[in-house]
Design a protein around this ligand. Sequence first.
Ligand SMILES: [Zn+2]
Length: 132
Amino acid sequence: MLFGGLFDEPKQQRARPSFNTKDKEFLYERQKGRCAGCREKLPMKVLQVDHVKAFSKGGSDKPSNLQLLCGPCNASKGSGTQAQFKKKLQSQSSAKSSTSAKAKKTNATVKKTATKKRTSKPKDPFADFFRI
Ligand SMILES: [Zn+2]
């Protein structure tokens, strides 16, 4: 009697999409931290889990049917299909493809210098410490 409510719950949860943080982390890794639409590199908390095939249209909750989109891309896809969304993206990216290529290059150089600084700085004090 007491547990009757507990057994009823899973049945209700099945009716709506379910994915956990692990799924999101997996997707984030798979997409290398980029939005599946505009390919912008973004923090995970900004990206939203989207069903490639809408859940309401029979799409599954498996990672193969999930992707991470930034807010604007998710809004742009809306309830449309993935094909419609890609068409939208293509018409957008063809207009600014030259600028995004430039941004990629500068991003890469900034990363290199950032990691160099990180590795060289903390090593020095420790090296002195062990010498003494
Ligand atoms: Zn995006």
